[in-house]
Design a protein around this ligand. Sequence first.
Ligand SMILES: Cc1ncc(COP(=O)(O)O)c(C=O)c1O
Length: 449
Amino acid sequence: MTKKRFTPPAIKRLQSGMPGKAGIPSQLNPIPDIGGIPVKQLLRDYGSPLFILEENTIRNTYRKAKDAFESRYPAVQFAWSYKTNYLDAVCQIYHQEGSWAEVVSGFEYQKALANGVDGRQIIFNGPDKSPEDLKLAVENHSYIHIDHFDELYSLIKVAESSTNRPRVAIRVNMDTGIFPRWDRFGFNLENGEAMEAVKQIIESGKLDLMGLHTHIGTYIISVNAYRTAAEKMAALALSIERELKHQIRYIDMGGGFASLNTLKGAYHSAADTTPTFDQYAEAITGAITRAGFDPSAMPMLILETGRALIDDAGYLAGTVLAVKRLSDGRKNLVFDFGVNLLFTSFWYDHEIHPVEEQNGFTEDATLFGPLCMNIDQLRDQTRMPLLKQGDQVVVKRVGAYNMTQWMQFITYRPNIILISPEGSAHLIRKAENLESIRSSEETPSHLKK
Ligand SMILES: Cc1ncc(COP(=O)(O)O)c(C=O)c1O
């Protein structure tokens, strides 16, 4: 008898479309229209793929978040996180609703000014502020949130040659019980660095320390982490008042609330794990209210919420380019949009729905984009209706970070439209074309034909 050949054991991921604990995926439901307009018509008028934003949803979500905080705390201010979506039309909606601007670069700062935002209502965060950026922000009386000691010293230099006193806060990082800890931004609380920065600001005599800022991370589903952060921020503010006789005017809790997108690899769907605005608000405002501030001089509470405010308002509509099979027999759908446009598909399992009613049958499928690059995979494994070439689909909850983090790679970036409250479509960003891309290139004369 011949000895059997040894086959080393291997772990193979189970490819199954069985219902999970959360039931059968609901991607079968068609999305025939958005904001009252048929998706078919939008794709015909503006081309495929197409980003679509709904103004009503932006406003309603913002109002819900604002109410959650304002019903619990006397002084609340939201500042729209530009990097989440800095299309001018989107920013103007938030500014109309009363939101300030929160920016993290000279470019974003200038975009906020160009949008007509009063410099006193711009919060300048981030680790990259050039001396020119700092000068501009000081001239416009903006709130500058200092990220590191080198920036503090640059700002003191700027202050020496300016007639305005810079209005500043420090960004504080801390242990809130979540992992990974975002400690690369700002000054650490536990090792005393934050207090040291505060002392240097006050001792410089050149800057007005107005507030304290933190941003504990993004897509944080633990309200306890916010409670801990708010307690620690309030305690720091109170010890600055006590030890340095300096009043802190505002506490900025940053952004980070989770949206209703489900993270890749998550066992439960986001609908089961994402806290409501009321839950976040209760944790944060409860901690600050109980901290021991003089009730007549409570610090203003600033929030820089991004993704949780806009994800739901954004859709990406597109078309099936091809239906294929992989070598293992699995269905492979190729769409006309990929990771170039849907950057968030690197960490979210986006819901992708057909535009038209399907026959009810589904099949396991892997979803790819149009790029001739192996990385262009939108979903490794999902359950999809039996779509065919030319069928149209809608990806839900794409309002945050896709229209800023997208890349011009292989194909053009498409049109973006906004559906206004009365139901009309407005083009708010034109698709790229050969001319718009070539217009910023130069060919040296010896290479010209
Ligand atoms: C300083 C700061 N504020 C606000 C935000 C918005 O965060 P999110 O979209 O998670 O609410 C970010 C994003 O990372 C940020 O870095």
